[in-house]
Design a protein around this ligand. Structure first.
Ligand SMILES: *Cc1c(COP(=O)(O)O)cnc(C)c1O
Length: 468
C-alpha cells in the first residue's frame, strides 16, 4: 500500500515515510492510493477476534511496510486491558430508542483521542528505533489532544513532547491531567495567549525548515493518516458487536470538529462495512453541518467561532475534510488543488452540484445541537438511565435521535467521559459527576509547567535547551 496526496503532487510513498510527516509537500493530505476492500466472508471471520487482533487485521491493509509479526506486537501493546480498563477495550453501552454508545473514552485521558494516539506512540517508537533517530513533537492544545499525545509518549525512548497550552484556558481537570506529569521527555509550556496564539507559534516554528530539521521537529496533529487508520478499527468493532450476520446495516453518529473521527467512518464504509448512515453532529460551530445541508463549504474566522460548552468541537475549519472531498471528486487531485486555491481566494467553495451524492452515495447527513439541547440531553439520559454523558457525546445523542430509523442500530460515538467537563454536567443535572477513584487526587498533585511569553523565539530557545 502506498500513499499519494489529495492534491496530486506527491510521488507515492510508503506508510512509514508519511508516518512522521505533516502536510504533503504540495500542501495536500496523504491518502492511500486505493481503498482496501473487505468482503462479507472475511468480515464474518472477524467476529471472535479481540480488539487488538481486529486492529491488526485492519491496519495490515494500510501498513504493508512493517513486518506482520511486528505490527501484531505493536497493536497488542497499544490495545491492552490495563490501558483501556477492560477486556472489551471499547465497551458498548445501550440507551433507549435504538441508540447505543460506543465507549471510546476508556483510555488514560478519558477521550476518544487515546484510541489512535496510543497506537501512534508505539508506531513512532518502532520506526525511530529502526532509523536510529529521535523526534521532538511540537503541538498546541486546548485540552484533549495534548493530554492524549503526552500519555501516549510517556516513557517512550527517542520521543519528546513539547506541548503549548493557553495559560488559564483549560478546565482544571484538563490542566491537572497534563501538568501533573513529571517525566523527562514531556514538556508542558503555558503560553500567555489564547489557543490560536499557541497554534501560530507551532506554525512559525515548523515553518522554519532549517530549525525544524536541525531539531527533528514532528507533529501528531489530526491530519496524521495513522490516526485515521487506527480510528477505522472501532467502526468495524461496533458493527461486529451489534449485528449477527452478513449485510446487516448499522448507522453511526459522530460528534465532529476537525472531521477526523467521522472520516474514519467514511473509510470503513468505503472498505465495504455495511454502514447505512454516517450522521455528523456539530455544536453551534456548524461549518460541516452547513456543508452537508447546502453543499457550500465556508470556513469561519476566529471571531466567528463560538466558545461553547462542547469546546473540543469549537473549530473554524475542518482539517480532514479535504480527504472526503478528494473521494467526492473521483479522487482527482488536480480538481482538489483547484478547489482549495479558490477557497483561499474566495473564502468558500460550492459543491452543491454533488449534494445528491452526499447521502445517497456516501451516507452522510448532518445535524446541530445547541447549549440548551446539550443540557436537556444530558438531563434526559441521566433521568432515564442514571448515567452521565459528556457534552460532546450529548451533541451526538441529540442529533442521533433525529436520524434513528426502526430496525437499524444507531451507534453514537462517546468521545469523552463526563468528568472532564464536570461544570456543564452540574449545570444540566444539578449535581457533581462522581470522579473515578483513580482520578480523585489528580487535581491535588504538584504541577509541572513552564510559563513562556507569547513569543516564537522564546519557544525555540526552550526547545533547543531540552530537545533530544
Ligand atoms: C477531538 C474531539 C472531538 C472532535 O473530533 P474530530 O475528529 O476533530 O471531528 C469531539 N469530541 C471530543 C471530546 C474531542 O476531544
Amino acid at each position: 500500500m502506498r500513499y499519494v496526496s489529495t492534491r496530486g503532487g506527491m510521488a507515492p510513498q510508503a506508510f512509514t515515510d508519511i508516518l512522521l510527516e505533516g502536510l504533503a509537500p504540495d500542501g495536500g493530505l496523504a491518502v492511500p492510493e486505493t481503498i482496501p476492500q473487505i468482503d462479507a466472508a472475511t468480515l464474518e471471520s472477524w467476529r471472535t477476534l479481540s480488539y487488538a487482533e481486529l486492529a491488526f487485521e485492519i491496519l495490515q491493509c494500510f501498513i504493508t511496510d512493517i513486518p506482520a509479526d511486528d505490527l501484531r506486537r505493536l497493536t497488542q501493546a497499544a490495545y491492552r486491558p490495563e490501558v483501556f480498563g477492560s477486556e472489551a477495550i471499547v465497551p458498548l453501552k445501550p440507551l433507549s430508542g435504538g441508540l447505543t454508545l460506543l465507549g471510546l473514552s476508556e483510555g488514560p485521558t478519558l477521550a476518544f483521542k487515546d484510541m489512535a494516539m496510543q497506537l501512534l506512540g508505539h508506531l513512532f517508537e518502532y520506526v525511530l528505533e529502526q532509523r536510529d533517530s529521535t523526534l521532538n513533537i511540537l503541538g498546541a492544545t486546548s485540552g484533549d489532544t495534548g493530554s492524549a499525545a503526552e500519555y501516549a509518549m510517556l516513557g517512550k525512548q527517542r520521543v519528546s513532547v513539547f506541548m503549548l497550552s493557553p495559560q488559564g484556558r483549560m478546565s482544571a481537570f484538563q490542566r491537572a491531567q497534563m501538568y501533573s506529569l513529571d517525566e523527562p521527555n514531556i514538556h508542558n509550556i503555558a503560553v500567555s495567549g489564547v489557543f490560536d496564539d499557541c497554534q501560530d507559534i507551532v506554525k512559525a516554528v515548523s515553518g522554519d525548515l532549517a530549525f525544524k530539521q536541525a531539531n527533528r521537529i514532528g507533529a501528531v496533529n489530526s491530519i496524521n493518516w495513522a490516526r485515521i487508520a487506527a480510528q477505522v478499527v472501532y467502526y468495524f468493532h461496533g458493527w461486529l458487536r451489534v449485528t449477527t450476520g452478513p449485510g446487516e446495516e448499522v448507522s453511526f453518529t459522530v460528534p465532529s470538529g476537525n472531521f477526523g473521527n467521522i472520516l474514519a467512518g467514511h473509510i470503513a464504509r468505503s472498505m465495504g462495512l455495511p454502514v447505512r448512515k454516517l450522521v455528523l453532529a456539530t455544536n453551534e460551530n456548524n461549518v460541516l453541518e452547513e456543508f452537508f445541508r447546502t453543499g457550500v463549504y465556508r470556513p469561519r474566522s476566529a471571531a466567528e467561532t463560538h466558545a461553547t460548552s462542547s469546546p473540543s468541537m469549537d473549530i473554524s475549519r475542518a482539517s480532514n475534510f479535504e480527504r472526503f472531498v478528494f473521494d467526492l471528486l473521483g479522487r482527482d487531485g488536480a480538481r482538489v488543488a483547484a478547489l482549495w486555491k479558490s477557497l483561499g481566494q474566495d473564502g468558500y467553495f460550492d459543491l452543491s452540484d454533488h449534494r445528491e451524492a452526499f447521502s445517497s452515495q456516501y451516507g452522510f447527513v448532518g445535524g446541530t445541537s445547541s447549549h440548551a439541547d446539550r443540557l436537556a440531553t444530558i438531563r434526559a439520559v441521566f433521568e432515564q438511565h442514571g448515567v452521565y454523558i459528556d457534552p460532546h457525546t450529548a451533541d451526538g445523542v441529540k442529533v442521533a435521535r433525529d436520524h434513528v430509523e426502526p430496525g437499524i442500530p444507531m451507534l453514537v460515538l462517546e468521545t469523552a467521559l463526563p468528568i472532564k467537563f464536570a461544570d456543564t454536567i452540574e449545570e444540566a443535572v444539578g449535581r457533581r459527576v462522581p470522579c473515578p477513584p483513580s482520578f480523585e487526587h489528580l487535581e491535588a498533585l504538584p504541577q509541572h509547567v513552564a510559563s513562556l511569553p507569547c513569543d516564537v523565539q522564546a519557544v525555540k530557545d526552550f526547545i533547543v535547551a531540552k530537545a533530544q
